[in-house]
Design a binder for this molecule. Structure first.
Ligand code: ZN
Length: 470
């Protein structure tokens, strides 16, 4: 397996700390609103990373945090409590808001066939551990207390810019973003480990601590949750590229100061999804969610297909025309895979040609997750001279990684059974059977095409004509 390591900025051969066991950490969502599809792009690529590692024989233990504490998203003591803002907007408690959007996040993940990580850790469940962690950093001399907050002193950690490769002046600008500078800091990049005082006084979630009643900083969540669940060293830490200059830089500083060891072997980052305004975010432009895509008649898996046709380290431009094209290609692909004869063959032997395609698929994924090429290999399987049974077996295997449901016929739900659309479909299917019996093949074909245009495919079986959705 070759993987780009953001720490060394090179593609490296992947060698985990502990043989086939891989410890993987992914920064999770902040749950005060729905996830937008730009964030979900990162989770789709992370899902491919995990599934590729499993496919290549590694045993992955993956942890993800849920940021359910309503702190700032930036370090300066300015801004607003996002969770509280969500609660006021929806007339709920902050805890209800967090629970609601956590569930919504996993519903979206399920629709996109993103596997749930083995361990999902809510930030609010680890408060005693944050306090212990900060006490240790304090005892080691890495912190200072100013204006009611506990800060991490970055001058005590000489490798501070190792991941970002930025000089401190550039970092200062990246940190500052659009917030006011905090004059209580010794260095502009110092960050808060524990807040008892911030410019917004209505913080809803608060806990007692040796420094006073308050709440933890953001970065500390990931460090402590990773240490608690994966031990002092881990193999891969994932996230979006926007986490490099501040969040991941701060995670490294506090974690390595705490343990005295190199923490993460490979840093993995996915690029942005851009809309017409640039980087997609929760606050700018149209708020694009999975439900919105569904409302616009897009299958969430078309979005997955669209994302997989890009490389995780390249920015991707989003537009509905692009998604439309991806959906058409995806449906066409699915029609082809569903049309393969799925007769189960007990003694199926994969031929040399079949094994070559399997090896090509494996190689392309092992080459820094080249998912677009992996999909090309899948098309090669369809185009090959292999027998249908062999094609099905190989595509099944590939789809365990790609997770595009290529061989899964859409199920007809209970409420769907009596819907107007189903009645319409069944009337047409019946009319087609009659047309065929009358040897009116032109009419039969026209009906088949009409249904196909609506995403309904027909299969003639021994028990009669069956229909399914793409
Ligand atoms: Zn994180």
């Amino acid at each position: 397996m070759k993987l780009f390591n953001s720490m060394t900025k090179t593609i490296e051969t992947f060698v985990p700390y502990n043989g086939p066991e891989v410890k993987m950490y992914t920064c999770g969502p902040t749950v005060y609103n729905y996830a937008h599809i730009g964030n979900l792009r990162t989770y789709i690529h992370e899902d491919i990373l995990e599934k590729t590692l499993n496919y290549l024989g590694y045993d992955v233990k993956r942890v993800m945090n849920i940021t359910d504490v309503g702190h700032l998203e930036s370090d300066a003591d300015d801004g607003e409590d996002k969770m509280l803002k969500g609660a006021q907007r929806e007339n709920k408690t902050v805890w209800q808001v967090a629970a609601f959007y956590t569930d919504a996040f996993f519903v979206d993940c399920e629709k996109l066939n993103i596997k749930k990580p083995d361990i999902i850790a809510k930030a609010t469940d680890y408060v005693p551990q944050y306090i212990e962690f900060i006490k240790t950093l304090e005892a080691k001399g890495y912190t200072y207390f100013a204006n009611g907050n506990v800060y991490f002193d970055i001058s005590k950690f000489p490798k501070y810019t190792e991941l970002s490769k930025m000089n401190l002046e550039d970092l200062r600008i990246a940190h500052r973003d659009d917030v006011e500078e905090d004059l209580h800091k010794k260095n502009p990049q110092d960050f808060v480990l524990w807040f008892t005082k911030s410019k917004f006084d209505n913080q809803a979630m608060k806990w007692d601590s040796p420094w006073g009643v308050g709440y933890p900083g953001w970065h500390i969540e990931c460090s402590v949750i990773a240490l608690s669940n994966l031990g002092e060293q881990m193999d891969i830490h994932c996230g979006g590229v926007d986490h490099i200059p501040v969040h991941h830089t701060n995670e490294i500083a506090q974690t390595e100061s705490y343990t005295g060891k190199t923490w993460t072997k490979y840093w993995w980052h996915a690029e942005f999804l851009n809309d017409s305004l640039g980087k997609m975010s929760k606050s700018a432009g149209e708020f694009l969610t999975v439900s919105l895509l569904e409302k616009k008649a897009f299958d969430p898996l078309s979005y997955r297909y669209y994302v997989l046709n890009s490389h995780y380290r390249k920015q991707l431009a989003f537009g509905f025309e692009n998604l439309e094209m991806a959906q058409t290609a995806y449906q066409k692909l699915k029609r082809k895979t569903l049309a393969l004869k799925k007769d189960h063959q007990e003694d199926l032997i994969i031929t040399e040609a079949g094994n070559k395609l399997r090896a090509a698929f494996k190689e392309t994924l092992a080459d820094d997750l080249n998912t677009a090429n992996a999909i090309t290999v899948l098309y090669d399987v369809l185009k090959s001279d292999l027998l249908d049974a062999e094609k099905v077996s190989i595509i099944e295997e590939m789809d365990r990684v790609l997770s595009l449901d290529l061989l899964k016929e859409a199920e007809v739900s209970e409420e769907d059974v009596n819907s107007d659309e189903v009645v319409w479909i069944e009337n047409l299917v019946e009319a087609r059977v009659k047309a065929k019996a009358d040897r009116d093949f032109a009419k039969a074909d026209a009906i088949r095409d009409e249904l196909k245009a609506k995403g309904i495919i027909l299969t003639d079986t021994a028990e009669g004509c069956k229909w399914s959705r793409i």
